[in-house]
Design a protein around this ligand. Structure first.
Ligand SMILES: Cc1cc2nc3c(=O)[nH]c(=O)nc-3n(C[C@H](O)[C@H](O)[C@H](O)COP(=O)(O)OP(=O)(O)OC[C@H]3O[C@@H](n4cnc5c(N)ncnc54)[C@H](O)[C@@H]3O)c2cc1C
Length: 505
């Protein structure tokens, strides 16, 4: 079997993977494996922006304080400080690659948006399409870098170990077959999140939790998987499922109303619509349950049409396509899974607990987010820790041994994969969502174990990416449930009604 060899092997082509690749390319050859086309990633869908204390009245200390408050005291303080201090330079690095961010016409300085949980305006953005612009810039830079080779439509099936360290990965290359890829100095896991373990998510189809499962199988430590962030405001519409209405819209003054037209956030939190996401998501969940409705409404009708069109062109035009005029109509919204705060444990240099394996971005748990992520800190985390990982990986001694043999890939028939995947998604949505209970979590664990046994019983079938993702979805969901059962206090994003009643007794 042909082996491709590099100094550094990167798994995933979002911001974490490609910022690592661009830095690592200064000290060696880089191979990037990505399961769809290079641009397909959570990064490309980010709307609001990227947080950095670059405004006049701002400081890294304030950014740090806001991040710690959002994280409910569970953050790693050193990781937070590292993140926020690097932020202004990281923005300049992106601009140096050609990323275009909005500037104020009067003085050409960065135009800064405001989002929930931030005490200052500090969201650097490109209209409401920031992720697309960042991904465009990093992909273009990667394509211009001679010693980076990108393998698109290459699905990573296994992390390869030799001499007690991770030295590469096996990848199913579309139209070619299974290939071995070596990263002699380091392997960077940057496979993004796991939204597809739920029925409703803002994440694109590639977010199937592959990285968590791959890392777990070689013994890497995972942490904080119970802290799952649900975005409060995704469109509730049959023609456009899970389309995100950015928090920046609430930052610009949009309000939330229930079916009676009442601005219900007055009943839940004094910060109203700009309370942290978990507070807003729980308030919406509670309001929908209380009034037995399928959605609530985001009201932008009091905002100027010109402001909405100019500041949120993508949202404005997308909603128009489903006959919603946001300066006239209330937007029906529901919460949906959005971001996984936990993941593969890393240190400040993106090193995991397995030698040779690095991790950055959504798949990693650097400790930055603690119990809850502050809005727009995730692109920043992917960028800062992706680059920090490259600096550390450049110091690794190369592995000089032969390429290990990958295990044969076992897939089940696609129809069975569809059934099992839907079973996982239904279970997670019903029992491991915004509000949890002891009985629900126990039921979820039992059901997921049944689905795993069901999966094991299926006959082998031809390889398909969809089928190959299914055990990863299962394993990642199991990690989330086990972590939720183990967490015995309501903190951050973890909210179990039974723990609440225990406390109040
Ligand atoms: C709709 C939406 C809006 C958001 N808005 C914001 C925002 O405004 N600000 C902010 O900070 N964050 C935002 N986020 C979160 C942020 O976009 C992500 O956390 C971040 O982009 C993650 O980057 P990443 O590089 O870790 O992963 P990704 O960008 O998701 O990249 C993961 C890559 O890994 C590849 N991959 C996965 N599995 C495999 C496999 N088995 N084999 C090969 N390749 C694989 C994928 O194809 C992809 O290329 C938003 C997310 C979404 C979905």
């Amino acid at each position: 079997m042909a082996t491709r060899e590099f100094d550094f092997l990167v798994l995933g082509s979002g911001l974490a993977g490609l910022s690592f690749a661009l830095e690592a390319a200064k000290s060696g050859t880089v191979g990037v494996l990505t399961k769809a086309q290079a641009e397909e990633s959570n990064t490309g869908y980010a709307q609001g922006g990227i947080a950095a204390a670059v405004g006049e009245a701002d400081s890294w200390e304030l950014h740090e304080r806001d991040t710690l408050i959002a994280g409910a005291g569970l953050n790693d303080v050193d990781a937070v400080r590292f993140l926020v201090r690097q932020a202004p330079e990281a923005i300049e690095w992106l601009r140096g690659l050609g990323a275009r961010f909005d500037v104020r016409p009067e003085d050409n300085t960065l135009a800064l948006g405001r989002e929930g949980g931030h005490s200052r305006s500090r969201i650097v953005h490109h209209a409401d399409n920031t992720g697309w612009e960042i991904e465009r810039a990093v992909v273009e830079a990667v394509r211009k870098t001679p010693n980076i080779t990108v393998y698109e439509h290459t699905f990573v099936t296994e992390l390869l170990m030799a001499d007690g360290r991770c030295v590469g990965a096996a990848g199913m290359v579309e139209g070619v077959g299974l290939r071995t890829f070596l990263g002699r100095r380091a392997v960077m896991l940057a496979t993004g999140g796991c939204g597809k373990i739920y029925s409703h998510t803002t994440n694109p189809r590639v977010a199937t939790g592959d990285g968590y499962a791959l890392a777990k199988r070689i013994g890497a430590q995972l942490r904080n998987m119970e802290f799952m962030q649900f975005h409060p405001t995704t469109l509730y519409h049959p023609q456009m499922r899970s389309f995100l209405i950015s928090e920046a819209v609430r930052g610009a003054g949009a309000t939330l109303r229930n079916h009676h037209g009442r601005r219900f956030m007055y009943d839940y939190d004094e910060r109203l619509e700009l309370a942290p996401r978990d507070v807003v998501a729980r308030a919406i969940d509670s309001e929908m349950k209380r009034l037995q409705t399928w959605c609530v409404y985001l009201d932008t009708t009091h905002l100027k049409k010109e402001l909405l069109e100019e500041r949120f062109p993508m949202i404005y035009n997308s909603l128009k396509k489903v006959d919603l005029e946001i300066h006239k109509d209330w937007i029906p919204v529901v919460p949906a899974q959005h971001y996984s705060c936990g993941g593969v444990v890393t240190d400040l240099r993106a090193r995991t607990t397995v030698p040779g394996l690095y991790a950055a971005g959504e798949v990693a748990c650097t400790g930055v987010h603690g119990g809850n992520r502050l809005a727009s800190n995730s692109l920043l985390e992917a960028l800062v820790f992706g680059r920090a990982g490259a600096a550390a990986a450049a110091e690794e001694e190369p592995y000089k041994g032969p390429a290990p043999d990958p295990a044969p890939v076992r897939c089940v028939p696609e129809a069975q994969a569809v059934r099992i995947r839907h079973g996982v998604q239904r279970t997670m949505t019903d029992h491991v969502g915004i509000v949890r209970t002891n009985a629900g979590l126990a039921q979820a664990l039992g059901r997921l174990e049944e689905l795993r046994a069901d999966y094991e019983r299926q006959p082998a079938a031809e390889f398909s990416v969809y089928a190959a993702e299914t055990p990863n979805i299962l394993e990642t969901a199991l990690e989330v449930v086990r972590a939720a059962i183990a967490r015995k206090e309501n903190v951050g994003l973890h909210y179990n009604k039974d723990l609440l009643s225990d406390d109040s007794r």
